[in-house]
Each structure stands twice: as C-alpha cells, then as structure tokens.
Design a protein around this ligand. Sequence first.
Ligand code: FES
Length: 133
Amino acid sequence: MTQQTSIPAEEFIDAPTGWVRILDREALEIVRPLIPIVLNGQRLVLFRDEEGELGLIGRNCPHRGADLCYGRLENNGLRCPFHGWHFDRTGQCVEQPAEPEGSPMYKAIKVPMTPVEERDGGIWAFLKDGDTT
Ligand code: FES
C-alpha cells in the first residue's frame, strides 16, 4: 500500500455516457482512500468507506460549499471539514452536529451522486448525459 497523507492530485476525465472505467482499482489503495475527480467538468470526490464500498459524490458541501475532499472519512461516510455535516456514500446527509437533537432537517439534504462500482480491476462510474444523479 502506498503511504500517503495528503489529497491526491485531481483526476480529470472526459467520457461518454454509460458505464465508464475511470480509474484502476489500485488508485484507491492509499492510506486515505479518497481522490478528487473532475468528471465531464463536474467536481466529485471518490472514496472508499469503512465497509469497503465506494462513493462518488459532489465535492461541494451544500451548506457553505466547503470542499469535501478535505473532510474526514468516518462512520462509513465523509464529514465536512467546516461544520461537520456528515454524508454517506450515496450523498445523503446523515448528521448535522449543530442542529437540535431530533431535528429531521438532515433527511432533506443530499449532495449529487454518481453510481460507481468495482469490476475487472477497475473503478467504473455510470454517466447519464454527462451529469451526476
Ligand atoms: S460547509 Fe459543510 S457543514 Fe458547513
């Protein structure tokens, strides 16, 4: 495994619609399995959660736009470095630390996500009209 503590350089990928191989599987075999991706001009973050599953979600936090690439990988998701909103691999917000206990507000918050899977030694993303879903 490659030793790495900082954020890898952005990967710029232009691709047609459908399932597209975006990286080799080994690209995420790093200490902090997270890579910034610009896919057809859209800024995304690819990460592997603690269950070994992949997430490919929008990079800008919907709160104040912080770059989620600088967030913490924890509890099967990515926690925003600014105010701590926590997103799972589907882009769904699962926690807002500053909200009153019991607040359901987080349920209405989601960042865009692109379907992603591993197969044939690669990491594949599904592009629908070049957009995230
Ligand atoms: S900018 Fe992400 S939680 Fe505030």
